[in-house]
Design a protein around this ligand. Sequence first.
Ligand SMILES: NC(=O)C1=CN([C@@H]2O[C@H](COP(=O)(O)OP(=O)(O)OC[C@H]3O[C@@H](n4cnc5c(N)ncnc54)[C@H](OP(=O)(O)O)[C@@H]3O)[C@@H](O)[C@H]2O)C=CC1
Ligand SMILES: CC(C)CCC[C@@H](C)[C@H]1CC[C@H]2[C@@H]3C(=O)C=C4C[C@@H](O)CC[C@]4(C)[C@H]3CC[C@]12C
Length: 240
Amino acid sequence: NPYGTQRGRKGSSDARGPCTALSSASSPEMLRGKRVIVTGASSGIGEQMAYHLARMGAHVLVTARTEAKLQKVVERCRELGAASARFVSGSMEDTAFAEEVVKEAENTWGGLDMLILNHIGHSYFNYFDGDVDHIRKLLETNFLSYVAMTVTALPMLKESEGNIVVVSSVAGKAPGPFAAPYSATKFALDGFFSSLRHEFIIENVNVSITLCILGYIDTGKLNQETLTTWKAKIEDTFVN
Ligand SMILES: NC(=O)C1=CN([C@@H]2O[C@H](COP(=O)(O)OP(=O)(O)OC[C@H]3O[C@@H](n4cnc5c(N)ncnc54)[C@H](OP(=O)(O)O)[C@@H]3O)[C@@H](O)[C@H]2O)C=CC1
Ligand SMILES: CC(C)CCC[C@@H](C)[C@H]1CC[C@H]2[C@@H]3C(=O)C=C4C[C@@H](O)CC[C@]4(C)[C@H]3CC[C@]12C
C-alpha cells in the first residue's frame, strides 16, 4: 500500500483527488496507454511491476545493468499486452546515465506519465564495516540517480500531470540493525521527496509523489541462513 501519496491541489481545477496514484494502481484502465519508466526492472519487484504495467496495456521503458535480462523482460511485457516495451541498459552509479534514460523516453514517446524509481545498488546487510566509500557510492546509486531522473523528467510530468513512485523500505522509516548504509539512502529519499511533495502542494504542481514503504519480500536474494542469523541476533538483543 503506497505511503504518503499526496497531490498538489490547492485551488486547482483538476477534479482528480490526492489518491490518483493509488486508484491507478488498482484500476487497470487508468494505466492503459500511459508511458511509464521502471528502474531496476531486470529482476525482483521492478520486473514484476513491469509485468503488471504490461498487463494493464501501458507503454513501458525498463532499465537496469544486465542487457540479457532486460531483453527477456521486454519480450515478456510484449506477450502480456504492453502497448509497447523497450529497454535501456546502464548503471545508475552514474547520474548521466540516469538522465539518459529519461531522455530516451522523451525521444521515443515525446512525454512521460509515470516514473517508477525502484533500483538499488549492491550493499551488505551486516554490522557497519566503516567503509565510507561504499556509502558514497550507494548514495549515488540509491539516492542521487533518483533525484537526477526526477529533475530531468519533471517538465514532462508537469505536462502530463503524472506520477512519481519512489520504492523505499521499512528500513527507510524505522531503522534496525545490519542496514546502516542502505537505511541511510532510504531515509535520504524520504527527506528529499517528502519535502518536494510539500513544495508541489504550495505551487499547485499536479504531480503526485508516492513513497512506498515495503517490508520484507522474498525475491530469492537472501538465503535462509542469513535470515535465521539475523533473527537470532535481533532477538538476542531486543527480546531476551
Ligand atoms: N525485497 C525486499 O525485501 C525489499 C525491497 N525493497 C525495495 O524494493 C526495491 C526493489 O528491490 P528488490 O526487487 O528486492 O531488488 P533486486 O535486487 O531484486 O533488484 C534490484 C534491481 O536493480 C538493478 N540494479 C542493481 N544495481 C544497479 C545499478 N548499479 N544500476 C542500475 N540498476 C541496478 C538490478 O539489475 P542489474 O543487476 O541488472 O543492474 C535489479 O533489476 C528496492 O528499492 C528495495 O529497496 C524494500 C523493502 C524490502
Ligand atoms: C520494525 C522492524 C523490527 C521490522 C524489521 C523488518 C526488516 C526485517 C526488513 C525491513 C527492510 C528489509 C530489507 C530491505 O529493505 C531490502 C532488502 C534488499 C533485498 O535485496 C534483500 C532483502 C532486504 C535486505 C530486506 C531484508 C529485511 C528487511 C531488513
